[in-house]
Design a protein around this ligand. Structure first.
Ligand SMILES: [Zn+2]
Length: 332
């Protein structure tokens, strides 16, 4: 008994990992979620699940070794994983940007490897946990978080509860239908919001406009190879008043606005937090979105809701994963 108590008291760390399509990010935290150290490494998502899992393992291994922490000292570990999963069984079913990634028993794999209790959740949801506990959503009971990156995801808190739904898919805003016949989507439908409002969506809008005959400094910057246009280049062109970039950004902001009208009317949040890499576009995108929301959403819901950008940047996922793991672990 004394032995057990002693061992328990030695456990004093959490690990949070954010598995992204581009980077694996992991942090070591104290028991009160102060960050001790952070590691980032390229995901190499195209190399297949074996390589990705090995890179994740090495990242965690280095985090422990570099900080002189033994696995036994870690209370638990949380991971934000993109795509569909069974979080109870700890299996990642499918992840759209990963090659050879099907039914990966991620929790079992890591628990065998390190002996640390491990929990997984959707990447948007761990971002929400981070922003809710320590960021822009702190102290709020009705929060809608949008992750605006390569694709578009979301997670929701209503009346103080994080929503999951029958199959854990609450908040798939990227597949909200905006056009009955629009750009085809991997989900099998077409005209989905994420096909327009996302880094990929914005880039496609610009490419369509240039191919349709509009001129843009982006053609010059990419020497005519339009495949090389990125969302951040569009922001730069916008700041130079490039007409096509401005029009595409406003068009994207407007579609985002209509998406947020639906969100407000459906969920009645007190705050909408815009996170993800593309939230760096900030007001270039949000100005139009706010105008649409103010004109179209149910007035009383709109007046009660603020729209802000995330405050923890790209650390929200790691921190949120650690927080999420701690909440799951308390229930064990
Ligand atoms: Zn879709």
């Amino acid at each position: 008994m004394i032995q057990t108590l002693k061992r328990m008291s030695e456990k004093k760390y959490y690990i949070g990992m954010d598995l992204g399509g581009t980077n694996i990010k992991a942090s070591l935290y104290t028991a009160d979620f102060k960050q001790i150290d952070e590691m980032r490494t390229p995901t190499e998502a195209k190399m297949g699940s074996g390589i990705v899992l090995d890179r994740m393992k090495k990242t965690i291994g280095s985090l422990l070794v570099n900080n002189n922490v033994a696995p036994e000292e870690v209370l638990c570990m949380g991971m934000g994983i993109p795509g569909l999963m069974d979080r109870e069984k700890g299996i990642s079913f499918f992840s759209p940007n990963f090659q050879d990634w099907e039914n990966v028993p991620i929790v079992e794999w890591f628990q065998n490897e390190f002996g640390i209790p491990t929990y997984i959740d959707n990447d948007a949801r761990v971002n929400l946990y981070g922003e809710w506990y320590f960021g822009a959503g702190k102290g709020k009971s009705n929060v809608f978080l949008l992750t605006l990156g390569t694709g578009l995801g979301a997670a929701v808190i209503i009346d103080g509860h994080v929503l999951y739904g029958a199959t854990g898919n609450v908040g798939e805003i990227g597949h909200m239908n905006m056009y009955r016949e629009g750009r085809p989507c991997r989900c099998g439908s077409s005209g989905c919001l994420g096909r327009y409002v996302s880094a990929l969506g914005l880039v496609n809008t610009v490419k369509e406009r240039i191919r349709g005959g509009e001129t843009s400094i982006l053609t010059e910057w990419t020497k005519g190879i339009l495949e090389n246009i990125t969302a951040s280049m569009i922001s730069e062109a916008y700041d130079l008043n490039d007409r096509t970039a401005v029009a595409a950004m406003h068009e994207t902001g407007e579609i985002l606005g209509f998406g947020l009208v639906n969100v407000m009317n459906l969920y009645n949040p007190e705050i909408i937090i815009i996170g993800g890499g593309m939230s760096a576009a900030g007001e270039r995108l949000l100005k139009k979105a706010r105008t649409i929301v103010n004109e179209r959403a149910i007035r009383i819901s709109c007046e009660a809701c603020e729209i802000v950008t995330a405050s923890l940047g790209d650390s929200a996922g790691m921190l949120g994963a650690a927080v999420y793991a701690s909440t799951r672990h308390q229930l064990v």
